[in-house]
Design a protein around this ligand. Structure first.
Ligand code: ARG
Length: 283
């Protein structure tokens, strides 16, 4: 069996005390839709419990009024061991989150590395480690230019993928690392070149059809051999089980109203990005 992921056992989550759909910055958000706060709280607790039962630790970021999307901690920034690169949000509606995120990481002793001010990058929502590289998405939220800065700040090799479908506006809606050779992938979200990049990177992909991609199947959280998913079609579940994974379905319907699923509600804190393989010693 393939080796399990070397990360994904410690997460940051933020309770949905102030969560709501108060503005529209992605095609899923409609202000006239009301969020049921009690249902959201119960779903959020359900996700936290599912992660803990899978063997993960969950740390808590205090919720804050006026930033309803703070619950989507995946977008806080990029974690690399004790380094934290705070996001630069595309939309003014989310820019107020950065201070809360950076303060939490600073208080935990992380070293903060800043991206330039004129470059957008939305954290782990658009950057996920796979094998020896950081797979990074750009276009709707993150700028392609952010990738070189991410690489310079973290030392990681970054592989860029252009996102092509507005409904899948963050990379983590299209890509979910499962172990060192496998990932759930949603080609619907990428252009032709991006599909080739992922094909070359992932030896054994679990390919989602368009409907499953749009149900946010790829927005799952992997804790060892447990895959915590917002929904799991039979075919996907069978393949995961054949590969030795256990599926835990965790409904997060209230958060789908804001365009977020299970993964969006979490940020892995135990990621250490690999340094690029050194070139041959010439001495
Ligand atoms: N309403 C949030 C936004 O549009 C949802 C964020 C989802 N996060 C994610 N990592 N995909 O920014």
């Amino acid at each position: 069996m393939n080796e399990a992921l070397g990360w994904g056992r410690r997460y940051l989550m933020c309770p949905p005390s102030y969560f709501g759909v108060l503005y529209e910055i992605n095609p899923w958000m409609h202000r006239e839709v009301t969020v049921d706060r009690d249902a959201a709280q119960a779903q959020w607790e359900g996700l936290r419990t599912a992660l803990v039962e899978a063997g993960a630790e969950v740390e808590i970021l205090a919720p804050a009024a006026e930033v309803p999307d703070l619950v989507f901690t995946a977008n806080a920034g990029v974690v690399n061991a004790n380094q934290f690169v705070p996001s630069r949000f595309r939309h003014p509606e989310r820019q107020g989150e950065t201070g809360h995120d950076a303060a939490w990481f600073r208080s935990r002793g992380f070293q903060i590395s800043e991206l330039p001010e004129d470059v957008c990058q939305e954290g782990a929502g658009d950057a996920l480690p796979f094998g020896n590289v950081l797979l990074a998405g750009y276009r709707f939220r993150s700028d392609a230019a952010s990738h070189a800065y991410l690489s310079a700040l973290t030392g990681a090799a970054v592989r860029s993928v252009e996102l092509a479908d507005e409904r899948l506006y963050h990379l983590d809606l299209t890509f979910c690392p499962l172990d060192e050779r496998r990932a759930i992938v949603a080609p619907l979200g990428w252009d032709r070149y991006g599909r080739r990049v992922v094909e070359a990177l992932v030896p054994e992909p679990l390919v989602l059809d368009d409907d499953d991609a749009l149900a946010f199947c790829a927005n799952s959280v992997v804790v060892g051999r447990r895959v915590v998913m917002p929904t799991c079609p039979v075919r996907v579940g069978r393949q995961l089980e054949a590969w030795g994974f256990e599926v835990a379905v965790c409904p997060v319907g209230e958060f789908l109203k804001a365009g977020g699923g299970c993964r969006c509600l979490t940020l892995a804190l135990d990621v250490t990005l690999a340094a690029p393989v050194p070139s041959a010693d010439l001495h």
